[in-house]
Ligand binder design. Structure first.
Ligand code: GDP
Ligand code: FE
Ligand code: FE
Length: 195
C-alpha cells in the first residue's frame, strides 16, 4: 500500500513513528485493522487506500496522556463535556487533532472514520462502518462473539455495525460503565438491522 496521496511520509516511515509511541501489541493490532479494513473495502467497494490508512491510524493516539488530551480539548475548543470522559472516548474523538498535528493528515473522510471508530454515529459512511467493524474483527481479536461478528461482516456491514454496538453496550452495562451518548445514538440507528 502507498499512502503518499495523503501523507508526507512513507508507510515505512509511518510504521517507525508509530513504533516509537505505542506498544508492539498495539502496533500489531493496528496492522491487523489495516488488513481487515482493506479486505472489507474490497468486499464492499470502498477505496482500499483510504480504508488501509484509516485502519492503520485509527488507534494512533491511544497512548497519548490524559493531560495532553485535556490540553487538545482546550486548544481546539471542543465540547467541554468531553472532559468528563477518558482515554476510551478521547483517543478517537480527540485523537484526530493529534493525527492532524503530527502527520498533517487532512482527508476529511479518513479523519471522520477515525474520529468515530469507537462510538460510531447515527449516519455512518461506508468508510466509517468499515473502520468501526475492522477494529472489532481483525485477525488478532479473540473474545466471545468475534467469530459471529466476522461471519456477519462477510454478508452485511450494517448488521455487523448493529451486532458490534449491541455487544459493546451490553458489555459496558454489565460492567457498570458509563455509555457515551453517541454510542447510544449508534445503537438506536442500527439495532433494527439485527432483527
Ligand atoms: P481499541 O481502541 O482497539 O481497544 O477499541 P475501541 O476504540 O473500539 O474501544 C476502546 C474501549 O472503549 C473499549 O474498551 C470499549 O469497550 C470502550 N468503549 C466503547 N464505547 C464506549 C462508550 O460508549 N463508553 C465507554 N465508557 N467506553 C466505551
Ligand atoms: Fe480504538
Ligand atoms: Fe483499535
Amino acid at each position: 500500500m502507498s499512502y503518499e496521496a495523503y501523507l508526507a511520509i512513507s508507510r515505512e516511515g509511518l510504521l517507525e513513528k508509530m513504533a516509537e509511541q505505542m506498544s508492539t501489541k498495539r502496533l500489531e493490532h493496528s496492522l491487523g485493522v489495516e488488513a481487515a479494513a482493506i479486505q472489507l473495502a474490497k468486499r464492499y467497494g470502498a477505496d482500499e487506500i483510504k480504508a488501509g490508512l484509516a485502519g492503520l491510524l485509527h488507534d494512533y493516539a491511544k497512548e497519548v496522556s490524559d493531560e495532553d488530551f485535556l490540553a487538545l480539548i482546550d486548544k481546539y475548543q471542543l465540547d467541554s463535556d468531553l472532559k468528563n470522559w477518558g482515554n476510551n472516548i478521547w483517543h478517537g474523538v480527540v485523537g484526530i487533532y493529534k493525527i492532524k498535528e503530527d502527520l498533517g493528515l487532512s482527508d476529511a473522510e479518513i479523519l471522520h472514520s477515525i474520529e468515530t471508530h469507537t462510538v460510531g454515529s447515527k449516519e455512518m459512511s461506508l468508510l466509517d462502518k468499515i473502520i468501526y467493524v475492522a477494529d472489532y474483527i481483525e485477525d488478532g481479536r479473540d473474545f466471545p462473539g468475534v467469530g459471529e461478528a466476522r461471519e456477519i461482516a462477510a454478508t452485511s456491514l450494517d448488521r455487523a455495525v448493529a451486532y458490534e454496538t449491541a455487544r459493546t453496550v451490553a458489555f459496558l452495562a454489565q460492567k457498570a460503565q458509563p455509555i457515551y451518548p453517541q454510542t447510544i445514538e449508534t445503537y438506536n440507528a442500527y439495532i433494527s438491522y439485527l432483527k
